[in-house]
Design a protein around this ligand. Structure first.
Ligand SMILES: [Zn+2]
Length: 323
């Protein structure tokens, strides 16, 4: 009896600790709401915060922004990929052979440390960045640190210490390039779960990276350090509704039956005095929209060409592909 009483008290105590911890932890819809992150983390109240709503009419063309060079993103055999549910997002950590990015107006070489996803409970929301006030279904962030530093943690307080490549998603056909990730989501159903993935070419996930927006901002999660060179690519990735649904059914906590991990995005922040630039003139209408599902419009043709290119890169990695 006493043992049972002790056990009950212990469970209540544990439960209290978890729930009181949650009150002080940052979150999106539980714990500290994004509007109040700045109360706990003053750096989240800076004037160079991310994400932003990119108003395309205000974007300035910068012809000095060149094409990106990707190094080692296709050398899948040398990279270890660990998929994890961290309670805030689905994240893939890269270790081993350095995958790096240069060019694209970056001041040097940046090493890829991880990539992760933000998504919504429905198709009309999920992305962090907006384009002319429009949300997208999902956003993928490739997080990199300058090679002047050993890690993201070491670089995140230094100006231009970090660079993030952002990709927006539209709902469209099944995208098999994401199969290795999505087929393992059931292994990371709860916070803290992690699994090693079979290596694959990270570049195979990318659409065309020729045209992009550039601005200077912050991490979109606490501590919101303003050390990030942001790139948002104009061509989107597409993914099917059923693929998206598998992200939407992940759990937010350690416990079975907890709420779904959805709507894990921060809303756009004031742009203040910042100017968004682009290496390409005009917008790039490459999205696979619901309207174009019945026919092959220009936009879908672009995505299809990208799909073919990615397929060839994936299956003939020994050739020298420029992406
Ligand atoms: Zn992110």
């Amino acid at each position: 009896m006493e043992l049972r009483l002790f056990a009950t008290c212990f469970i209540i105590l544990i439960g209290f600790n978890f729930s009181s911890g949650a009150v002080h932890a940052w979150g999106y819809h539980h714990g500290v709401h994004p509007d109040h992150w700045k109360d706990l983390f003053p750096t989240c109240a800076g004037r160079l915060q991310s994400p932003i709503d990119i108003q395309t009419a205000e974007v300035k063309t910068d012809t000095k922004l060149g094409k990106f060079n990707f190094h080692g993103l296709s050398l899948a055999r040398d990279v270890n990929l660990e998929l994890q549910n961290n309670g805030h997002a689905v994240q893939v950590d890269l270790t081993g052979h350095g995958s790096a990015v240069s060019g694209g107006g970056l001041p040097g070489t940046y090493v890829v440390e991880q990539f992760h996803f933000h998504w919504g409970s429905e198709d009309t929301r999920g992305s962090e960045h907006e384009i002319d006030g429009k949300h997208y279904s999902m956003e993928m962030h490739i997080v990199m640190h300058s090679n002047r530093f050993p890690s993201v943690k070491d670089a995140m307080k230094s100006k231009n210490g970090l660079a993030v490549l952002g990709f927006l998603f539209d709902v469209g056909p099944h995208n098999s390039d994401f199969d290795e990730i999505i087929n393992h989501l059931h292994d990371i159903a709860h916070r803290g779960d992690h699994v090693i993935l079979k290596s694959f070419s990270l570049a195979s996930l990318f659409p065309s990276t020729d045209c992009y927006y550039r601005y200077y901002g912050s991490l979109t999660t606490p501590m919101c350090y303003e050390s990030v060179i942001w790139t948002l690519f104009k061509q989107h990735i597409y993914i099917s509704e059923s693929q998206l649904n598998q992200f939407r059914h992940l759990g937010r906590t350690h416990f079975p039956g907890s709420e779904d991990l959805v709507n894990n995005y921060r809303n756009p922040q004031p742009i203040n005095c910042r100017v968004v630039t682009s290496n390409c003139i005009g917008s790039y209408t490459s999205t696979y929209t619901k309207e174009s599902k019945t026919g092959v419009g220009k936009s879908y043709a672009d995505d299809r060409n990208s799909y073919i290119k990615n397929f060839l890169m994936k299956h003939f990695p020994s050739l020298k592909w420029k992406v």
